[in-house]
Write a protein of this length. Structure first.
Length: 369
């Protein structure tokens, strides 16, 4: 069975309207919030969902500490959740209970996310408790509070690693995507403050690739490494939240990824690079850097809804297949047990003829175009 014929994804000038929609200001408060439906909490068939396939125990926790952020990134996968839950506070008591509960179940690593997690009024105390419970601590951040030297001096000693969001090699590209003037300056200042506290800190960078910054990806990787990044995660635009709403304008064509990724991978010197949300066959000689091969199962604790109430519960993921699907070409691929394929939204909208299944002669693959 073949996929229905669809248009090939291309980049056109009209795509730029999503990054030009709002005038850049020092804060993103001028951007109106929509009214997104609340996500529904899953029901599990087992009373012990933290025990997975073959008796494996969940070791990684991702904990959403806030639903507020100074930026309104055009691609933000959390946009809908921030719209739905920004009035709900994640209290100290709730956080402490979650940390203790999951530590008792065997979690060894916790990643704090949001919104912007450093905006939580007790962020440092949260990190201290996680460390006390024996967890390795990590944060995904735009650097809001870490851009203050005094705050960085107090917080960094209780963090094992930090993943900073940086979406271009300069302010012009980065700030257009975050839709906040000064975003680039804040994040790079926070990175330098962090390394000033601990020069050997595990400093990581996440860059989200869209149609509007993909050509700058090689320079972004080189710049991130020059700042001191040990790991650089290149994340394909996820069709979730704002990324779903604007996917036609943001989603990078597969052919463009296949063109740019090899150039980008070559720009890293000592830094480790991971490519997230991309089919392995597009990565060329860097296919072993696919995050599908290095992804860790995790339980994500965040606000969601059940009939008549809002709950703060966990979503257990044992494979990196969220929002991904295998199309016909994937079914013919020798690596379809380790590669999760393309994003479902991409496959719904566009032809996927650029995929090159492993183990299939090139002539046969081209015949499918």
């Amino acid at each position: 069975m073949t996929d229905p014929v669809r248009e090939r994804a291309i980049i056109v000038p009209e795509d730029a309207r999503v990054v030009e929609e709002f005038e850049l200001k020092r804060t993103a408060g001028h951007i109106p919030r929509g009214s997104a439906p609340m996500p529904v909490a899953p029901e599990y068939a087992t009373e012990t969902p933290w025990i997975g396939p073959n008796g494996a125990v969940m070791r990684r926790l991702e904990l959403h500490l806030t639903y507020h952020c100074a930026e309104r990134c055009v691609f933000c996968s959390e946009e809908h959740r921030m719209e739905a839950y920004h009035e709900f506070q994640v209290t100290w008591g709730r956080v402490a209970t979650i940390l203790r509960t999951h530590a008792a179940r065997g979690v060894q690593n916790v990643h704090f996310t949001g919104g912007e997690p450093t905006l939580h009024p007790q962020f440092i105390e949260v990190c201290m408790l996680a460390r006390k419970l024996g967890m390795r601590t990590s944060v995904g951040t735009i650097g809001t509070m870490l851009a203050r030297p005094d705050y960085a001096a107090r917080a960094v000693p209780y963090l094992d690693e930090a993943l900073f969001s940086l979406h271009g090699p300069n302010a012009e590209i980065n700030d257009r995507l975050t839709r906040r003037q000064g975003s680039f300056e804040q994040t790079t200042t926070a990175i330098r403050n962090t390394l000033a506290v601990n020069p050997n800190f595990n400093l990581y960078v996440n860059t989200v690739v869209t149609k509007h910054n993909v050509d700058a990806l090689p320079d972004t990787i080189a710049f991130a490494e020059s700042l001191g990044a040990k790991l650089i995660v290149v994340s394909n635009t996820t069709p979730e939240g704002g990324g779903f709403d604007k996917y036609r304008e943001l989603g990078v064509p597969l052919a463009k990824l296949a063109e740019v990724v090899p150039k980008a991978g070559a720009r890293a010197n000592k830094a480790i690079v991971r490519f997230f949300g991309m089919p392995m066959c597009l990565l060329g000689p860097y296919d072993v850097l696919s995050n599908d091969l290095h992804w860790d199962p995790r339980v994500t604790v965040e606000w969601s809804s059940k009939p008549g109430k809002v709950v703060f519960e966990g979503l257990y993921n044992w494979t990196p297949d969220r929002k991904r699907k295998r199309v016909d070409a994937c079914e013919r691929c020798a690596r379809n047990t380790v590669c999760m394929g393309v994003y479902d939204r991409y496959a719904d909208l566009y032809d996927t003829g650029e995929l090159r299944p492993y183990g299939e002669p090139m002539a046969a693959a081209q015949a499918g175009d």
